[in-house]
Design a protein around this ligand. Structure first.
Ligand SMILES: [Zn+2]
Length: 272
């Protein structure tokens, strides 16, 4: 495969057929993003920008082990609709849409599928969509993210050692997302409008930032706790921090893809 063929939709159907016959098959990534407010300093495309820039680089570096479908660009965002420009699709339609994209990939015979989330509130949908794909096709389908503000598991150690803002700095349009945009799309960032907004709750058993675990999850209307769509410390973000996080994410995601490829599809056993 040439380096250009990491894009699923840029291949011919004959090339797809060839790829299906390879051992191991590439992992197919399905990005699922959002269009929503990201403070006064970032465009409403931010979640999709981070998702697509990271996955494109992963695709280039994965040497044929990763195919990336077009991004599903609009997610579950009703709770952001108080901010002009946000686009939202109902949770039922999101689940149906994402799961049907994954299932259609599986129906061609792809065995390893990753739904890659770019927006926090899509998380539960991604988990259910992956499960629907497994139950309906028998393929190995999982969900993950390349956005550490959505879930930091892939890069938590580097995120914690490199960020400057301390607890609460990483949540949304925050130190992390602003830094990622400064690295990949500096012309889209208005740093003179970036500031710190710590409006989110921090209780003994609930918080949004790690490493302290949150014992329960709760999603309020965004305009009830964030003045202009920032949650975290956008002011301390730097392109250098963004570069470190981008490189770490790409390196580890490609490594994770190759680990994911090794998962065997073990047969079910009917004990009736
Ligand atoms: Zn975001």
């Amino acid at each position: 495969m040439s380096t250009a063929t990491w894009r699923y939709d840029r291949m011919t159907w004959l090339q797809i057929k060839d790829v299906l016959a390879r051992t191991p098959q590439p992992v197919v990534a399905i990005p699922f993003g959002a269009v929503e407010d990201h403070g006064p300093h970032l465009p409403i495309s931010t979640d999709n920008d981070i998702l697509e820039s990271v996955l494109a680089e992963c695709g280039r570096r994965a040497g044929g082990d990763l195919l990336v479908t077009p991004t599903i660009p609009v997610g579950l965002d009703e709770h952001h609709m108080d901010f002009p420009g946000t686009l939202s699709v109902s949770m039922e339609v999101c689940l149906a849409y994402v799961s049907q994209v994954a299932i259609s990939v599986a129906r061609h015979g792809f065995t390893h599928i990753l739904i890659v989330n770019g927006h926090g509130s899509n998380q539960a949908i991604c988990e259910l969509a992956a499960r629907k794909c497994v139950l309906e096709t028998g393929a190995i389908c999982a969900n993950t993210t390349v956005n550490a503000a959505v879930h930091p598991a892939l890069v938590a150690d580097v995120l914690d050692s490199q960020r400057k803002g301390g607890w609460g700095s990483v949540a949304h349009a925050c130190e992390y997302e602003t830094a990622m945009m400064l690295h990949s799309f500096p012309e889209l960032v208005q740093m003179d409008k970036a500031y710190r907004d710590m409006g989110q709750l921090k209780l003994k058993y609930f918080n949004w930032d790690h490493p302290e675990p949150s014992a329960f999850s709760y999603q309020a209307w965004w305009s009830s706790f964030s003045k202009e769509g920032i949650c975290g410390d956008a002011a301390v973000a730097t392109a250098e921090f963004g570069k470190v996080m981008f490189e770490t994410t790409v390196t580890r995601f490609v490594e994770m893809v190759r680990e994911f490829q090794t998962i065997e599809n073990r047969p079910r056993v009917d004990h009736h």
